[in-house]
Each structure stands twice: as C-alpha cells, then as structure tokens.
Design a protein around this ligand. Sequence first.
Ligand SMILES: *Cc1c(COP(=O)(O)O)cnc(C)c1O
Length: 352
Amino acid sequence: MVNRLVPYVPGEQPKIDNLVKLNTNENPYPPSPRVIAAIQAAAQQGLQLYPDPEATALRQAIAAQHGLAAQHVFLGNGSDEVLAHAFFAFFQHDCPLLMPDISYSFYKVYCGLYGIPVETVPLRADLSLDVAAYARADGAAVAGVVIANPNAPTGVGLPLRQVEQLLRLHPQRVVLVDEAYVDFGGESAMPLIAQYPNLLVVHTLSKSRSLAGLRVGFACGQAHLITALERVKNSFNSYPLDRLAIAGGVAAFEDQAYFEQTRRAVMSSREGLVLALEDMGFQVLPSQANFVFARHPQHDAAGIAAALRARGVLVRHFKLPRIEQFLRISIGTPAQCDALLQALDSVLAGLA
Ligand SMILES: *Cc1c(COP(=O)(O)O)cnc(C)c1O
C-alpha cells in the first residue's frame, strides 16, 4: 500500500546563503512585528500545557474577518492538512472527483492516499477554467469538485459568477475552492457561503500573511461541513495548532494595516515584473496571485531555470504535460525582482 503512494514533492529549500528564492511562493516580507511579539509572549506562558483544542480565539478572529461565526471556521496545521481532512470527509464516493488537469498537484496525492478516483477536466487552451466542462449531462455521478482560485500554478483567477455556476452544477456535492492566493487580487467565494450548503472555501496564512513557517490554514463553510471536518480532525489529532500558532495567527488578523501594506507591495511588484518580462519577450499569463506563470517562445523553460539556478536564482519548473515550457516565478521584494531580471538578461543573452 505505502509503496503505491505518489507523494507530493515541494519546491526545494536549499541550505545555501544569498539565493534569490522565487520557487515556493512564500511572501518576501516577514510577518507583522505584532505576530512576532505575540509568539514571544505565548512562548513565555503555558507551553507545558496543551493548547485549546478548538483554537477558539483564532476561529473567532477569522470569523470576524469574514463576517461569519466561529462555527463556520475549521483550522488545521497548514491548509494542506485542512485539504487532506476535507478530501477524507467529503470526496470518498464510488465516483470520480472532478478537478482541472492543471492545478495544485497535492490534490491528486490526497486522492491516492484515500483511494478517491479522479477525473481531470482540461483547462482551455489559454489555461483558463471552463465551467461548462464540469457539467455531467448524462447524469453521471461525481464525488465533488476541487479547484484552486486563483489557480496554481497558473495564477489565473475565476470570476465569482463562474464559481457560483460550478456550485449550482453539483448541488448535492461539496465544491471545494482553495483560495490560497486570493488576497493578491482574486475574488473570494466567502460571501456565497450563506447561500450554498455545498461550498467549502479553504485559506492559508502561508502566503498573504507571511506565515508559511507557522503552519496555519483554515476552511470556511456552513456548520454541517465544519462539524464533519471536526469529526475527522478529532479522529486524527486533537491539537493540530500549537500555542504559538494560535497566538501568532490571532495577531496576524489584528494587524490588518500590515496585511494591506504587504499584499499591495507584492501586487505592485507583480505589475512591474510582468511588464519587464514581456519586454524580454516572455508571454505572461494574467496573474491574480503572488507569482507569475510565463513562457518564452524562443527558449526552453527547463534550460532557463537551470541557468538561473547557476546564477543563484531559484524559480519553479514543472515537467508536466501542457506546462513544460512555463516557469513559475514567485514575486519577491523589489530587490529580488531586480536580481531575477538581471540574471534573466544575462541568461537570455547567453542563449541567443
Ligand atoms: C501553498 C498552497 C497551499 C498550502 O498551504 P499551506 O497552508 O502552507 O499548507 C494550498 N493550496 C495551494 C493552491 C497552495 O499554493
């Protein structure tokens, strides 16, 4: 059984100094100073005690942020854990789970882990999502639908109206919308929760809140979905969030000004980077995320990635059908973006 699993492979985290690391979509800015202070305070009181298994303070902070009640919020040790529990709770039926052919590669890993059959639905030629292709006119049963919005690794967003169409196509099944990148310009489905009992929206503090190292993710949905997730979680680990994560998470939602400032800085760097890449001849997909997905019509993507790496700049290349000629480049600080562009300049000159 174990030998049949195909695990997820994260982007590399090399232990080399001075790398320009634009390969795992981390936030280039550190977390809010208030988060650091809250974690330090939490470290000085009560670490000998288990944390609140319900993480009530953090659920309340998140609920308030999104105009929901705490009973509409489920927390996990990173959104990857939240996704795993959701797949276990909602998608184990004798029919396939629908997902885009190009999306977050962890989805298929969970399907492998839980024995969930998958049916991939091709994105359009421009790598946008075709909602109509998720209809099953022949009445064929589906286990549910999972999408990332904005999508990974393309950065392309799906308008809310089309998310709503997806919810209406399969009213009896859970439609999971993974909004890991939504704070960088996407349209969140949170406002649809009251209306759609089949909607589960998953968020993370890893990207827009600069807390990839703290491991906090959450799902929002109607109470019956949250109750189901709690049952799975309490059959697995009662304390997925430690005291430091709960304290840091609460502080992150209290410092809204810092959140706004850093996400706007990332979006503004993205606009500059897109223009500069286009000047170099790259075709860049429209991005609503903290990364861009780009291809160069004259140069092989794997070759560019390797040459950049030799110059100390890491970007992500996926050796997968349809996207083999693309590079996924995380948005760095202005200095990191400049370093990338300089390295690209010399790489492309060498390849010309
Ligand atoms: C980064 C990412 C996640 C995982 O986030 P964690 O909270 O760090 O586990 C989930 N989904 C997508 C699409 C992501 O890009």
